[in-house]
Design a binder for this molecule. Structure first.
Ligand code: ASP
Ligand code: MG
Length: 241
């Protein structure tokens, strides 16, 4: 039987149209082996930084609510484009914002925490055999306000969705090959860890792929295995479990 897999792609993996097509091909490869795929995307390249710079160019002290509305658009761009790319490869897919995906948060703008997830819309789309593509890093508060989860928060979106959908695994695709024993730029003999425990991952200053700390806490809480690997190369990466 196929697996339910949550795949998260970071900004550098989605930096331009060529990268987006390559990510779409990777998603298709995973889905044709009978697996159901839910994709979580970050904003393209440095676009979150660009949006922040735009806000600063307008105001020294931008309103926090409006800043979250602005930053949430970065992930909407990549989410719709990845979905179009999947369609162009002949696959059924649908983009969902955090709110549409049922991601409920508290009201702390720019550092909201996920409180609950209503997976019913995602499950309906999965039932219709669509690949579901969800914006990372954002949700909706009880009063219908758009919130963001803090920089790097798409990792946490991915793990939270994996928990709520009871996924078999959460795969985090990035621009490095996994988690290293030491900083590979400084220590040439640094090597990729095949696996690492949740506790150790939370305690050690990890090298290579950086993960949003809350994502590891959630993974430990719900016992979700995470594979951190490259979207640029075919490597096994590191299993966090
Ligand atoms: N795009 C957001 C950021 O750059 C969230 C993320 O990438 O996870 O922080
Ligand atoms: Mg990012």
């Amino acid at each position: 039987m196929g697996k339910l897999i949550v795949q998260k792609y970071g900004g550098s993996s989605l930096a331009d149209n060529v990268r987006i097509m390559s990510v779409a091909e990777r998603i298709v490869t995973a889905s044709v082996s009978g697996n159901q795929i839910v994709v979580v995307v970050s904003a393209m390249g440095n676009s979150t930084d660009d949006l922040l710079a735009l806000a600063s160019s307008i105001s020294d002290n931008p309103n926090k609510r409006e800043l979250d509305v602005l930053l949430s658009t970065g992930e909407m761009v990549s989410c719709s484009l990845v979905t179009m790319a999947l369609n162009s490869l002949g696959h059924k897919a649908v983009s969902l914002t955090g709110a549409q995906a049922g991601i409920g948060t508290d009201s702390e703008y720019s550092q909201a925490r996920i409180l609950e997830i209503d997976p019913s819309r995602m499950l309906k789309e999965i039932e219709e055999e669509k690949i579901v593509v969800v914006t990372g890093f954002q949700g909706i508060a009880e009063d219908m306000e758009i919130t963001t989860l803090g920089r790097g928060g798409s990792d946490t979106t991915a793990v939270a969705l994996a928990a709520s959908l009871k996924a078999d695994i959460c795969e985090i695709y990035t621009d490095v090959d996994g988690i290293y024993t030491a900083d590979p730029r400084v220590v040439p003999e640094a090597r990729i860890l095949e696996e690492i425990g949740y506790e150790e991952m939370m305690e050690m200053a990890s090298y290579g792929a950086k993960m949003h700390p809350r994502s590891i806490e959630l993974a430990a809480l719900y016992n979700i295995p995470i594979r951190v690997t490259s979207s640029f190369r075919d490597v096994r990466g590191t299993l966090i479990h």
